[in-house]
Design a protein around this ligand. Structure first.
Ligand SMILES: [Zn+2]
Ligand SMILES: [Zn+2]
Length: 175
């Protein structure tokens, strides 16, 4: 996921629209658990302000996730806010006490690291394949989203199960 700033970096106080699509390989950036399913798209604005290049907009990404409720893989679409600044001047990076600036060299800015970090930050706490995911039956393990439960509908409370066995036992003994 790269932006070519060959022209822009030489035009002071200039902004333009940006709409780029690119591939990101998460494992190359240390995000081994993450799987991105489609090319990533960024729509927004890029500007050169006093030799600092800022990119702002929305990132659209689709990742592979596992549902917390039913355990199925599903694809999670995310729209992330993106706002990052870059500089190719060593002195600007050194003076940047808040660590706001990312360094770049040459004509190309690589956005992958910041996008991956943003995905990580905005990942929902609870991953659900759909809002009304019915999950798995505690009795037979059927995925209730697309299977019919085979255990007669009533989940048996283990305590009641014990009582039932006891009663059967007693009746067999003729008590
Ligand atoms: Zn689910
Ligand atoms: Zn069941």
């Amino acid at each position: 996921m790269h932006v070519d700033v060959d022209k822009l970096k030489n035009i002071e106080n200039y902004a333009e629209k940006i709409d780029i699509t690119g591939n990101i390989c998460p494992s190359k950036y240390g995000y081994d658990q993450l799987k991105i399913l489609m090319p990533v798209r960024l729509i927004g604005k890029i500007e050169n302000n006093h030799k600092i290049i800022s990119i702002e907009g929305q990132v659209y990404v689709e990742i592979s996730a596992v549902c917390d409720r039913c355990g199925q893989d599903f694809s999670l679409s995310m729209a992330l806010d993106f706002a990052e600044s870059y500089s190719n001047r060593a002195e600007a990076i050194v003076q940047d006490e808040e660590d706001r600036l990312h360094p770049f060299e040459g004509n190309i800015i690589d956005l992958a690291g910041e996008i991956l970090h943003q995905i990580y930050l905005e990942m929902p706490m609870k991953l659900l394949c759909r809002d009304d995911c019915k999950g798995l039956c505690a009795g037979c393990g059927a995925n209730l989203n697309n299977e019919i439960c085979t255990c007669s509908g009533d989940e048996i409370d283990p305590r009641l199960e014990k009582l039932k066995l006891l009663l059967t036992d007693l009746s067999e003994k003729g008590v």
